[in-house]
Write a protein that binds this ligand. Structure first.
Ligand SMILES: [Zn+2]
Length: 256
């Protein structure tokens, strides 16, 4: 956590730059829910990962995207709504990334190591799927990722500063100041205090993003081993720390 906080300036400057260079968030007319799921399946099979989409229970007509693994039934459930824009497309890739992660995990692992919801590896694989989606649709590798991720950094830095001030300062002011670092016109966004009880939820997305960027970078340099390498990371559930990849991913983000 201290490492990420020590890089606050570099990270917020990168976010500001990335958000300014992003273009429109439209949904290409060729894309619909079924075609997107097919694209994810094709990508997963190309990497020779375990890929049993018929075992994933898809639930439609929800107002959100999420994924749930039922341990009793050993089955994945994905809640999907009809995508309205490109960010929704990436959210679908994200949730399938979680489900594919479970299908490629060592199923002899005990509950604590497979129950990944609190660990960054889970989000890392899901965000990697967002990057794979961008690649599949020929967008730059990080296209729209930062529109989806800036809140995690602002929330993390704000909570970190608020706790270091021993809660004396007003967290809304701290939050607003951090938002002003990256946005000229500050968006309305709920103050992170409501997420505090979830235990720095933002932090797992931050490490997840760095991990996904670290893996992408490694695969770019070693294209022949892609599937094997990702499978190895998925197989060990939440055990791996992957520190080197995370540091590499951070450098990749601020230098790209
Ligand atoms: Zn996720």
């Amino acid at each position: 956590m201290n490492f990420v906080y020590s890089k606050k300036k570099e990270i917020l400057e990168t976010l500001r730059r990335k958000l300014n260079e992003q273009s429109k968030n439209y949904l290409h007319s060729d894309l619909n829910l079924n075609s997107i799921i097919r694209d994810i399946e094709v990508t997963t099979k190309e990497m020779r990962l375990n890929c049993n989409f018929n075992q994933i229970q898809i639930l439609y007509n929800s107002n959100r995207f999420s994924m749930y693994f039922n341990y009793k039934e050993q089955k994945s459930f994905i809640l999907l709504k009809t995508p309205k824009d490109y960010i929704d497309v990436l959210k679908i890739w994200h949730e399938f990334g979680h489900a594919i992660h479970y299908q490629n995990m060592d199923n002899s692992l005990s509950f604590v190591f497979t129950k990944l919801h609190n660990l960054h590896n889970m989000e890392g694989i899901a965000i990697l799927y967002q990057l794979l989606g961008n690649k599949y649709y020929n967008h730059p590798l990080d296209y729209k990722i930062y529109n989806m991720m800036w809140w995690a950094f602002v929330e993390f830095f704000s909570l970190f500063e608020w706790l270091n001030a021993i809660k004396q300062k007003n967290i809304s002011d701290i939050f607003m100041r951090n938002l002003q670092f990256i946005f000229e016109k500050v968006p309305t966004y709920p103050c992170p205090i409501r997420y505090f009880n979830r235990g720095f939820k933002s932090f797992r997305y931050i490490l997840g993003l760095f991990l996904a960027l670290g893996i992408s970078d490694y695969l770019h340099e070693n294209p022949r081993i892609s599937g094997e390498y990702i499978k190895e990371i998925m197989y060990s559930g939440g055990i791996n720390k992957n520190n080197e990849l995370i540091i590499k991913g951070y450098q990749n983000m601020v230098n790209s």
